[in-house]
Design a protein around this ligand. Structure first.
Ligand SMILES: *[C@@H]1O[C@H](CO)[C@@H](O)[C@H](O)[C@H]1NC(C)=O
Ligand SMILES: *[C@@H]1O[C@H](CO)[C@@H](O)[C@H](O)[C@H]1NC(C)=O
Ligand SMILES: *[C@@H]1O[C@H](CO)[C@@H](O)[C@H](O)[C@H]1NC(C)=O
Ligand SMILES: *[C@@H]1O[C@H](CO)[C@@H](O)[C@H](O)[C@H]1NC(C)=O
Ligand SMILES: *[C@@H]1O[C@H](CO)[C@@H](O)[C@H](O)[C@H]1NC(C)=O
Ligand SMILES: *[C@@H]1O[C@H](CO)[C@@H](O)[C@H](O)[C@H]1NC(C)=O
Ligand SMILES: *[C@@H]1O[C@H](CO)[C@@H](O)[C@H](O)[C@H]1NC(C)=O
Ligand SMILES: *[C@@H]1O[C@H](CO)[C@@H](O)[C@H](O)[C@H]1NC(C)=O
Ligand SMILES: *[C@@H]1O[C@H](CO)[C@@H](O)[C@H](O)[C@H]1NC(C)=O
Length: 892
C-alpha cells in the first residue's frame, strides 16, 4: 500500500481504521487469528534483559517493487538499496547500548535489551515496525501485548520526518515515548498532535530561519528552491520562503523532488535550474531523494550555481562521493547539526561479523562482493569466508569523520538510558507519582518514563554536551559548512561559521566569509539578483506579471531626482531647483539677467552713453547757434525738448540692465514711455509747426505746437503716475519660461496699463508720422518735414522688426533686444533730424542764411514726386516770409 501520497493526517486516520478493523475481526471470533505477516529485519536482544529499548533505522532506501497481483496472498515487501550511512547509525545504537550496559554509573543493575527494525525509508515499514514493537509479535493485534518479555521503554528513531510522523501518531496513542535522532520537521513540534515525541535534532524551524538569514547575509534576492516531496521538504522550504519573502527576496522557482523514480520530473527540474537566472538554489531534501537529481545535474554539467544544503544531505557521502561532483556542487554551503568524536565507535564498526544478523550479512556481501547464501554460491558467486578484512575498508560505514546524525543517535540512546536510570534511582516514598510512589524498573508504564524524559538533563559522555528537552526539542545550533576540494579530488567540509538560535539576534549567524570557496570562475561571492540595483538618478519600474525583484531602471525625468539606490519613485525638485545631469541631486537654477559687467552689457552701456553724449553735443551745437535762422526757424524749444526726450530714452536703456529691482523696474518702463512720449510729441509739434506755418499766422504757429508737445507729454506722465501708484511694476522670478534657469525680470503689474501706455506712444508715433508725411511737401526751412518723416520711418522699421526679434529670444537676450531697439530708434531719430542741421551749422555755415531759405521751384518738383529716395536730397523750401532757399545735398 502506498501511503506516501496522503497527508500525514490522512495516513494516520487510515492506519487507525485498518488497525481497529483488524482488531474487531479478531475479537469477534474470540480467538487470535493471524491477519498479516510482517517482513521485518533488524536486531533483537531481549533475553535476560530488564528493559528493552526500541530502535528504527532506514537501513534500506526503498521497498522492492511488487506487482499488485491479487491472485496470490499478498506479502509484506522486501527492501532494497542498502545504505551504509544509516547502517552506521543502527550500529551506533548497538555501540551505545553496549557502552551503557558496561558502565557502572548508569543503570548499574539493569541490563538493556533492544529491538531494532529497518524502516526501509518507507512509512508502511515504519508502521509495521511500530505495531510489531508494541505488540511484541509479528502479527499485529492492537491494544494487546501478547509477548511476555521485559517492559518496553522507548523507541529511538524512525529516521526521516515522514516516518516519525507516522510512528509518533501510533505511539502517542499509548503515550509511549519516542526519541528521534533525525526527524527535524517543524510539525513534530506540536505536543498536541505528538504528545510523546522528543528529539535530539533541532527543529527545522531554526534551520529554515538560519537558511533565510544566510541568504539575506549575502544579499541574494533571487533564489530557487527545491524540496523533497515529503513533510521534511515541504515544511522546511515553506518556512524558509516565508522568512525570505518577508525580507523582500523573490523566489525564482520552486521545484519538488519526486519520492518515487521519475526521470522526466528530474529532467524538468534540471531544465528549470538551467533556465533560471537565479544562482542560489536552496535544497531541502534527504540525500536519498536528492541523489537522482545530482546525477542529472552532473550529466547536464550544471555549473556556476551555489547550492544551499539542509542538514539531511550536507555531509552525506551519497551525494559528495559522486565522481566529478566538484564543478557542480563545489562551493555548496550547508547547515549541519553538531559534530562529535565518539571514541571506540570506529573499533565497534570494524568488529561487525557477517554471522550476527541478516543486515550485517547483506552488508558484508555488498562490500566484499560475496554471498553467504548457498543458492547464490551455487549460481557462481564468491562465498564469503567471514575472514575478509574490515580494517582495509574505507567507505561511508567506517568513516567516522562527520559524526553528526550518528552523534544524535548516540545522544538519543543516552537520553533514554539516563531517564531509565532516574526512574530506577527513585527514592521510595519521595517519588514523583501519586502518593509519592516510584515506578518499578521491571514493570513501569510508558507514561512514567515519559515523565523522566521530559524533565531530563544530562551530560553526553566524551563530548560533555549538556542536553535537556525544551518541550521535547533541543536548542537550534548548526555548523555552517562549505564544500571545498580536497587534494585528492574529493570534497572536504570546511567549517565556515555557525548558527546559534539562542544567541542574541545579531550574533546568531556568524560567518567567516574569507574562508569560503565559491563555485564560480572569479571565486567571489556570487550575485543572485533578478535585476541589478537601480542607481541614483533612476527609479524602479515594475515589470508586469513578474516578481517585485525583477524591475527596470527608468531614468528620472528632467526636474526630478532620486538620490538613493533602488528608489521607488523620483522626487520633484523644489521650484527654485532643477535636476543635475545625473538626476541625483537638485541644484539651484541659474539666475539669469543681463548684467552690467558682461561684454554685452558693457557694449550696450557704451552705446547708450555715446548716444546720450551725442545728443548733448547736438544740444550744445544748437545752443551755440541759437540765433541763427536754422535753429530759430524750427522753434528751438521743440528741438531741445526733443533732445531731452532722446537723452531720457538713451539713459533709460541703461536702467534695463542689471538685476531688476523695484526702483529699476519702475524707472525703466516709465522713463521709456515718458521719454518716447516727449520725443514723439516734440516731433509732432515740429510737424504741426510746419503745417501751421504754411497756413496760419506766425503767433499761433509758435504757441500751438508747444501746447501740443506739453499736453501730449503730460498725458503720458499722468498715465504713468497713475500706473505707478495703482499697480507698480515689480521684479519677479520667472521660473516657468525655462526649466534650468530662473529669469529675473520686471512684471508690468497690470498688462492693461502697460499696453495702454505704450499704445499711447504708438498713437503719438502714428500721428507724428501722419503730420510729418503731410508736412514734408510744404514749404520748409531746411527740410524739417522730410527729416521728421524719414526719422519716423526709421523709428517704425526698428520697432516693427523688434517684435519678431523680441519674441524669438529668451531670457536676458530679450532685454538686450529691447535695449537695442530703444537705442536704434533713438539713434535713428537723432541722426535723421539733427545730422543735416549740424552739417549746415558746422560745415556749411554759409547756407545758414535767411536769404538762402527760399525754396527753388525745381527742387520742390523733385520733392513732390514723393519718392522716398528723393529724401536723400534735402531741399530748401520757402519760409513763411517767401525768402529764397538753396538746395542742400546730403551727399556732399
Ligand atoms: C498474476 O499471477 C498469476 C499467477 O502467478 C499470473 O498468471 C498472472 O499473469 C499475474 N497477473 C498479473 C497482472 O501480473
Ligand atoms: C562542463 O563545462 C565546463 C565549462 O563550464 C567544461 O570545461 C567541461 O568540459 C564540461 N564538461 C562536460 C562533461 O561537458
Ligand atoms: C557564472 O555566472 C556569472 C554570473 O553570476 C557569469 O558572469 C559567468 O559568466 C558565469 N560563468 C559561466 C562559466 O557560465
Ligand atoms: C556478533 O556476534 C559475535 C559472536 O557471534 C559477537 O561476539 C559480536 O559482539 C557480535 N557483534 C555485534 C555487532 O553484534
Ligand atoms: C563480483 O564478483 C563477481 C565474481 O564473483 C564478478 O563477476 C563481479 O564483477 C564482481 N563485482 C564487483 C562489483 O566487483
Ligand atoms: C493514594 O493514597 C490514597 C489514600 O491513602 C489511596 O486511596 C489511593 O488509592 C492511593 N493511590 C494510589 C495510586 O495508590
Ligand atoms: C549559543 O548562545 C548562547 C547564548 O549566547 C550560549 O549560552 C550558548 O553557549 C551558545 N551555544 C553554543 C553551542 O555555542
Ligand atoms: C565578508 O563580508 C563582509 C560583509 O558581510 C564584506 O564586507 C567582506 O568584504 C567580505 N569578505 C570577503 C573576503 O568576501
Ligand atoms: C535625498 O534627498 C532628500 C530630499 O532632497 C533629502 O531629504 C535626503 O537627505 C537625501 N538623501 C541623501 C542620501 O542624499
Amino acid at each position: 500500500m502506498d501511503l506516501t501520497g496522503l497527508s500525514s493526517k490522512g495516513r494516520f486516520l487510515m492506519v487507525l481504521c485498518i488497525v481497529s478493523y483488524l482488531y474487531k475481526s479478531t475479537a469477534a471470533e474470540g480467538s487470535c487469528k493471524l491477519k498479516a505477516k510482517f517482513n521485518l529485519r533488524g536486531y533483537k536482544e531481549v533475553e535476560k534483559k530488564t528493559v528493552v529499548i526500541g530502535g528504527m533505522f532506514p537501513v534500506h532506501q526503498r521497498l522492492t517493487d511488487t506487482d499488485s497481483n491479487t491472485t496470490i496472498a499478498p506479502e509484506s515487501s522486501d527492501c532494497e538499496g542498502f545504505n551504509f550511512r544509516t547502517f552506521r547509525w543502527a550500529q551506533t545504537m548497538l555501540f551505545a547500548l553496549n557502552e551503557i550496559n558496561s558502565r557502572n554509573d548508569i543503570l548499574p543493575d539493569t541490563e538493556l535489551g533492544y529491538v531494532i527494525y529497518d524502516s526501509c525509508f518507507t512509512i508502511s515499514k515504519a508502521v509495521e515496525g511500530t505495531l510489531t514493537f508494541l505488540t511484541g509479535q509479528d502479527e499485529a493485534v492492537p491494544n494487546y501485548r501478547c509477548g511476555d518479555g521485559p517492559p518496553l521503554s522507548a523507541l529511538v528513531g524512525a529516521g526521516g520526518s515522514d516516518l516519525s510522523i507516522a510512528t509518533a501518531r501510533i505511539l502517542g496513542l499509548y503515550y509511549f515515548p519516542q526519541m528521534s535522532y533525525a526527524s527535524s520537521c517543524s510539525v513534530l513540534e506540536s505536543r498536541f498532535q505528538y504528545p510523546t515525541f522528543l528529539r535530539t535534532i533541532p527543529s527545522d524551524e531554526h534551520q529554515s530561519v538560519a537558511m533565510a538569514k544566510l541568504v539575506l547575509h549575502f544579499g541574494w534576492t533571487w533564489v530557487g528552491t527545491i524540496a523533497a516531496e515529503d513533510d521534511y521538504g515541504k515544511y522546511g522550504i515553506k518556512r524558509f520562503k516565508e522568512v525570505v519573502e518577508e525580507a523582500g527576496v523573490c523566489i525564482s522557482f520552486s521545484e519538488t523532488l519526486p519520492k518515487i523514480r521519475n526521470p522526466e520530473a528530474i529532467e524538468r527540474i534540471v531544465q528549470t535550474v538551467l533556465d533560471s537566472t537565479a544562482k542560489i538554489i536552496v535544497v531541502f531534501s534527504s540525500d536519498v531523494d536528492l541523489s537522482p537529481l545530482v546525477g542529472e545535474l552532473l550529466r547536464n554539467n550544471v555549473t556556476n550555481r551555489t547550492w544551499i544544503a539542509s542538514e539531511a544531505w550536507v555531509t552525506s557521502a551519497a551525494i559528495s562521493r559522486h565522481p566529478d561532483i566538484l564543478p557542480v556542487l563545489g562551493g555548496t554551503i550547508g547547515f549541519a547539526v553538531k559534530r562529535a568524536d565518539i571514541p571506540g565507535l570506529k573499533e565497534h564498526l570494524l568488529s561487525v561479523t557477517p554471522y550476527n544478523d541478516t543486515l550485517t550479512e547483506e552488508f558484508w556481501g555488498i562490500v566484499f562482493n560475496c554471498t553467504m547464501n548457498y543458492r547464490q554460491v551455487l549460481s557462481g558467486m564468491r562465498r564469503c569466508t567471514g575472514e575478509e578484512m574490515m580494517e582495509k575498508l574505507s567507505n561511508t560505514f567506517t568513516d567516522v569523520s562527520q559524526l553528526r546524525i550518528t552523534y544524535n543517535v548516540y545522544k538519543a540512546v543516552y537520553a533514554v538510558a539516563h531517564a531509565l536510570h532516574n526512574l530506577e534511582d527513585c527514592k521510595p516514598h519521595s517519588g514523583p507519582f501519586e502518593n509519592n510512589t516510584c515506578a518499578d524498573i521491571t514493570k513501569f508504564e510508558p507514561w512514567q518514563l515519559m515523565y523522566y524524559l521530559k524533565n531530563l538533563r544530562y551530560t553526553v559522555p566524551h563530548t560533555g554536551e549538556e542536553i535537556y528537552f525544551n518541550n521535547g526539542d533541543v536548542d537550534g545550533f548548526y555548523d555552517i559548512l562549505n564544500w571545498q576540494s580536497e587534494s585528492e579530488g574529493g570534497i572536504t567540509y570546511t567549517h565556515i561559521g555557525y548558527y546559534n538560535s539562542t544567541a542574541p539576534p545579531e550574533e546568531r549567524l556568524i560567518i567567516n566569509n574569507g574562508s569560503i570557496i565559491w563555485n564560480n570562475d572569479i571565486l567571489e561571492t556570487p550575485r543572485s539578483v533578478c535585476s541589478e540595483r537601480c542607481q541614483p538618478g533612476t527609479r524602479m519600474g515594475i515589470r508586469q506579471g513578474e516578481p517585485v525583484c525583477c524591475f527596470d531602471c527608468i531614468p528620472c525625468a528632467d526636474g526630478e531626482i532620486s538620490n538613493t539606490t533602488d528608489a521607488r519613485g523620483c522626487i520633484q525638485c523644489d521650484e527654485d531647483y532643477w535636476s543635475n545631469a545625473n538626476h541625483d541631486t537638485c541644484v539651484p537654477k541659474t539666475i539669469e539677467f543681463l548684467d552690467f559687467t558682461e561684454p554685452l552689457g558693457i557694449t550696450l552701456i557704451a552705446i547708450a552713453a555715446f548716444g546720450a553724449l551725442a545728443t548733448i553735443a547736438v544740444a550744445i551745437i544748437l545752443l551755440m547757434h541759437l540765433n541763427t535762422p536754422l535753429v530759430n526757424v524750427n522753434d528751438p524749444l521743440l528741438s531741445f525738448s526733443l533732445l531731452l526726450g532722446l537723452v531720457i530714452t538713451f539713459l533709460c536703456s541703461i536702467v534695463f540692465l542689471g538685476e531688476p529691482q523695484m526702483w529699476s523696474c519702475m524707472t525703466s518702463q516709465v522713463a521709456l514711455a515718458v521719454g518716447f512720449a516727449l520725443v514723439l510729441s516734440s516731433l509732432m509739434g515740429k510737424s504741426a509747426l510746419l503745417m501751421l506755418r504754411a497756413r496760419a499766422s506766425s503767433d499761433t504757429a509758435v504757441i500751438a505746437p508747444r501746447v501740443i508737445m506739453i499736453v501730449c507729454t503730460l498725458i503720458q506722465a499722468v498715465g504713468c503716475t497713475v500706473w505707478l501708484i495703482l499697480m507698480p511694476p515689480q521684479p519677479v522670478k520667472n521660473t516657468a519660461a525655462q526649466n534650468i534657469k530662473i529669469i529675473l525680470e520686471c512684471d508690468p503689474g497690470n498688462i492693461i496699463f502697460i499696453c495702454s501706455i505704450f499704445a499711447y506712444d504708438i498713437l503719438l508715433a502714428v500721428l507724428t508720422f501722419s503730420f510729418a508725411f503731410v508736412a514734408r511737401k510744404l514749404e520748409d526751412h531746411f527740410n524739417e518735414g522730410k527729416s521728421v518723416t524719414f526719422g519716423m520711418l526709421v523709428f517704425f522699421i526698428v520697432w516693427i522688426s523688434f517684435v519678431p526679434a523680441y519674441l524669438s529670444t529668451r531670457g536676458k537676450f530679450m532685454v538686450a533686444v529691447q535695449i537695442f531697439a530703444i537705442l536704434a530708434s533713438s539713434f535713428g531719430l537723432l541722426a535723421c533730424v539733427f545730422i543735416p542741421k549740424c552739417y549746415v551749422l558746422l560745415i556749411k555755415p554759409e547756407r545758414n542764411k535767411e536769404e538762402l531759405m527760399i525754396p527753388r521751384a525745381k527742387s520742390r518738383d523733385t520733392a513732390a514726386s514723393g519718392s522716398s529716395a528723393s529724401l536723400a536730397t534735402t531741399s530748401s523750401s520757402a519760409n513763411a516770409n517767401g525768402t529764397t532757399v538753396s538746395t542742400v545735398s546730403l551727399d556732399d
